[in-house]
Ligand binder design. Structure first.
Ligand code: MRU
Length: 345
């Protein structure tokens, strides 16, 4: 298993996901500011992995502050980490938990209590992704061709993966004939990361461009789509990597089940629907350059939203660590919140 986020004694070790698949390089980070920069520039990415990294970053802030200033340093770190990436709610869920420790714990116990909470967040994500992989695999029929988008694998979750974890688990059960990975423009998480993970796991993998999905749904056999999520609203609307919505529309048109696999830390019951999910707008250079080379005339306006929202009507089921939620998703999500004390306003 490759861990994208690890806590080692007094610092965080991150797998530099920007360099994959060419280089497997790890960075040792000792300050909260370094981790915030790593989240922003996508050294670490994927909703659950971002949450885990942010929690450890808060611990780093506490450890490096002079004793008298520790509370202020932790508060500042939480504020600055919350401004790194807006869409994945796991980041805010993790920071909220760290904030609760800050508010309730005496200064002399703060570092220890923050460390315990960060490790707990990490362990919960590991356990969730393992369970999601098992449950997700149960939805995949024997001899299946499964399409996935972006990367919801072990490096996105700090453990087993969610959507990709389900595909890998189904492969271990002998059920996968082929996994199809979309390249996932503009940063190529599919081509660079998902293909890397699937091939290492021995899954027969085919890479296609994002614009080929409709063609293959019409001309080939695709049994289901399995994707991750960055935020799920109370009605089941799902924010995920840009392009997910188009795939869901195509899946509906071709009567292909569209599954979303995500831990409960991705569910945001404070939002009635997906319309108010903040969509991260990233630098236009991600679109206008390929491998450092300018490919577009500078005269055009460029739009680069990193995520889109798939309306709940297009989602066949949501797989969480607590079970598989079928439609109506709103009822299932509300019941799940009752069990887990899920995030609400
Ligand atoms: O911009 P990214 O690479 O962080 O976006 C990641 C995704 O959209 C993933 O599908 C999502 O975070 C789920 S990861 C288990």
């Amino acid at each position: 298993m490759t861990y994208s986020v690890e806590w080692i004694d007094d610092h965080i070790r991150l797998l530099d996901q920007r360099l994959l698949p060419k280089q497997e390089r790890y960075l040792d980070l000792f300050s909260s500011d370094e981790v915030a920069a790593a989240i922003r520039d996508m050294t670490v990415r994927g909703a659950p992995a971002i949450g885990v990294a942010a929690a450890y970053a808060v611990v780093l802030a506490a450890r490096s502050a002079p004793h008298a200033d520790v509370r202020e340093a932790v508060g500042n770190a939480i504020t600055s980490l919350s401004q790194t990436r807006p869409t994945a709610v796991n980041l805010f869920a993790a920071l909220q938990r760290m904030q609760r420790v800050l508010s309730s714990c005496p200064s002399e116990d703060l570092i220890k209590s923050l460390t315990v909470e960060a490790v707990r967040i990490h362990e919960e994500e590991i356990a969730s992704s393992e369970r999601i992989s098992e449950l997700g695999a149960s939805l995949i029929p024997g001899g299946a061709t499964v399409l996935t988008h972006c990367n919801a694998g072990m490096i996105a979750t700090a453990a087993h993966g969610t959507a990709l974890g389900a595909i890998v688990e189904a492969h271990r059960q002998g059920k996968i004939e082929r996994a199809i990975a979309t390249e996932t423009r503009p940063l190529l998480q599919g081509a660079r990361l998902t293909v890397w993970e699937l091939v290492r796991e021995g899954v027969a993998t085919t890479l296609i461009t994002d614009s080929m999905v409709g063609h293959f749904m019409r001309t080939d056999r695709i049994d289901c789509v399995m994707v991750g999520a960055d935020r799920i609203a109370a009605n089941g609307d799902v924010a995920n990597k840009i392009g997910t919505y188009s795939i869901a529309v195509l899946a509906k048109a071709h009567r292909i089940p569209f599954y979303v696999a995500a831990p409960s830390s991705t569910i945001d019951l404070s939002l009635r629907n997906g319309d108010t999910i903040e969509i991260e707008q990233r630098d236009v250079s991600e679109i206008t350059t390929i491998a450092g080379t300018e490919v577009a005339d500078a005269g055009a306006t460029v739009w680069n939203p990193a995520f889109d929202v798939t309306p709940h009507q297009l989602v066949t089921a949501i797989v969480t660590e607590h079970g598989i939620l079928m439609t109506p998703l709103r009822r299932g999500l509300r019941m799940l919140a009752g069990q887990t004390g899920g995030r609400r306003k």
